[in-house]
Design a protein around this ligand. Sequence first.
Ligand code: UTP
Length: 291
Amino acid sequence: MKVIKKAVIPAAGLGVRFLPATKAQPKEMLPIVDKPAIQYIVEEVIESGIEEILIITGRNKQAIEDHFDKSLELEVRLKETGKTPLLELVQSISRLAHVCFVRQKEPLGLGHAVHCARRFVGDEPFAVLLGDDIVVGEKPCLKQLTDMYNEVQSSVIAVMEVPEKDVSKYGILDSVVERPGLYRVRDLVEKPAPEKAPSRLAIMGRYIIEPRIFSILAEAGPGAGGEIQLTDALKVLCAEQPVYGMTFQGKRYDVGDKLGYLQATVEFALARPDLSDGFRSYLKNICKELS
Ligand code: UTP
């Protein structure tokens, strides 16, 4: 039986939707309350039982590598000043997992970024997680996918039903129902107009993919937006071998979008024991002023 041992996190995109914040710093380092978005993703990988992680970075992304490295000066200072809880917090990040990095030399698209992981992955099925989607739930979203992979032994993509007006923001499935919550993909359409969408099942940023994708990506040309698209390669893959879409339990936040980012920030802050009381009463006052 094949098992998933490796995860790839593409983080080399330009983050245009978050300019000017992303002009000189990675979008993945923007904090949700006080933790960079990419740390939530790395924690989800670890909680799903995967320890080998590759982050695809690019220009202006040095801060991601620094975040998962030791910070010697900071650690010395925190030790000297007796700030033990903060010292432990900082040290725990560099001990989280064995994280490797590869640079995508040019942001030629998500498919191209995934192709940069081929040496790290080799000839095994692997996970891909996008930092734009943070999912909160009892069981990590990636664990739900790996459990399904263990059963079907074929590529599995996380999907979610979205409102009709939003289908043009996503890759959309043309599929047949295998059983409730599991769909066999017949085709994929990238960002269709609502009247042309084959369904409202949208691809979210979690995938388990068979290694055959690398040879498909090696031959892929530019697709929508002039970028090498992962969705286009998955289209080819699903014509050759089973690819499944799976709905997942948990609440998903689109933190690559400004409104989604603000929603995540508010809800994560409300869920934090050290912040919730003060923040809740602040929000109540604001709501009174607005009404
Ligand atoms: P997005 O389409 O969200 O692109 O990529 P982006 O550049 O990060 O953000 P916007 O749309 O310009 O605001 C989805 C994921 O693919 C990665 C991104 O880092 C993100 O995690 N990506 C995209 C790459 O790693 N390389 C690329 O060339 C493109």
